[in-house]
Design a binder for this molecule. Structure first.
Ligand code: ZN
Length: 348
């Protein structure tokens, strides 16, 4: 079992103090439909950055950027859908509302809070143990975007806020909008610090089960993630940018830049040859073989299968039981009560 091979780089149990164990993932993210990454409702262009094409090839090109936030937010929401389904989101301290993203009231008790972190609110703070970076497109941005007139719709799915509202509230965001074409590849490195085996399974599940990114719609934003590499060690892997530049160098055969659309298997092969060389880097001890990566993905798929999902999530949730705390002010006298409450909640 390949997850056992990662044992030296996984925490045996959750603890609040880092111990320098690092598991890193190399992720290929491919758009399967038109996709839009920018702040909603604004006409600002797609996020892009001027960088060197490769590490050897020092020509400057403009690459599309998928920001950290655009990756993490949908993946957290995906996992939280299942936590909600099995009643594993808790009520935020002092509030009667259940844990939710983008509010100032995280519950500080659920799997998502323990993994992705929360700011000091009540008792303490948990730094996120999932470190992401901006992901870059392999090819130049100009090849990958196109323009189209989009109807800006309100959240109710229409052009108007209310059905009988026929005057001035019609959406004005009917304009020409840039979108990313289907078949665009982003390469990404994700770093996991001091996570347990079940936490690794949870994070991989979130990444593999998330299929919509960027602007929210039923028609745009479809993406597929593929795990191309898993490493264990005490240091981070090279950055997402270095990865995309090394792959560019490896694939460049002539003076022209690579062209869209690009075959995913050829790309995956080039990525494998690049990351295979990372085994020798300082602080990197282990690289799972492609077969071992597949075995680990199969293990993750089993944990998330309909038969095992509920038991898997509840097992992970219970692992945090001893660490759930009441706010600092009355922590001492109510510690036992808090534990009891958490017990009941975990069982319900
Ligand atoms: Zn929470």
């Amino acid at each position: 079992m390949s997850i056992e091979k990662l044992t030296p780089f996984l925490a045996p149990a959750y603890e609040n103090f880092p111990k320098g164990r690092v598991v890193s993932l190399v992720v290929l993210r491919t758009t399967l439909s038109e996709t839009i990454f920018r702040t909603e409702g604004t006409g600002e262009p797609m996020c892009r950055e001027f960088v060197h094409a490769g590490i050897e090839d020092q020509r400057t090109i403009e690459r599309l950027v998928m920001t950290k936030r655009k990756q993490i937010a949908p993946e957290r929401r995906r996992g939280r859908e299942f936590l909600r389904a099995y009643d594993l989101l808790y009520n935020a301290k002092k509030e009667e509302s259940v844990c939710s993203l983008n509010t100032n009231a995280p519950c500080e008790m659920c799997i998502d809070c323990f993994l992705y972190g929360f700011a000091a609110g009540g008792g303490g703070a948990q730094k996120s143990r999932i470190w992401t970076e901006d992901a870059f497109s392999l090819l130049p941005a100009a090849e990958l975007v196109s323009d189209r007139t989009l109807n800006g719709v309100y959240e109710n799915g229409t052009m108007r806020l209310k059905r009988d509202d026929d005057t001035d509230k019609a959406s004005t965001s009917l304009n020409t909008s840039e979108y990313i074409k289907p078949g665009v590849h982003f390469l990404d490195v994700v770093t996991l610090k001091d996570v347990t085996a079940d936490e690794l399974r949870y994070i991989l599940g979130n990444i593999l089960l998330t299929s919509r990114y960027g602007a929210v719609s039923s028609r745009v934003g479809r993406m597929e993630n593929q795990i191309l590499g898993i490493f264990g060690g005490i240091a981070e892997l090279p950055s997402s940018l270095e990865l995309v530049q090394s792959v560019h160098d490896a694939m460049r055969t002539r003076e022209e830049l690579l062209e869209h659309p690009f075959n995913r298997n050829i790309l995956a092969g080039a990525v494998e040859s690049v990351i295979d060389g990372w085994k020798a880097r300082r602080g990197i001890t282990l690289k799972l073989s492609p077969e071992e990566v597949q075995a680990l993905i199969d293990d993750v798929d089993r944990c998330w299968s309909p038969d095992e999902r509920e038991a898997f999530l509840k097992r992970l949730d219970e692992a945090y039981l001893p660490f759930r705390q009441e706010p600092v002010a009355d922590a001492k006298k109510s510690r036992s009560r808090a534990k009891k409450t958490a017990d009941t909640e975990a069982e319900s």
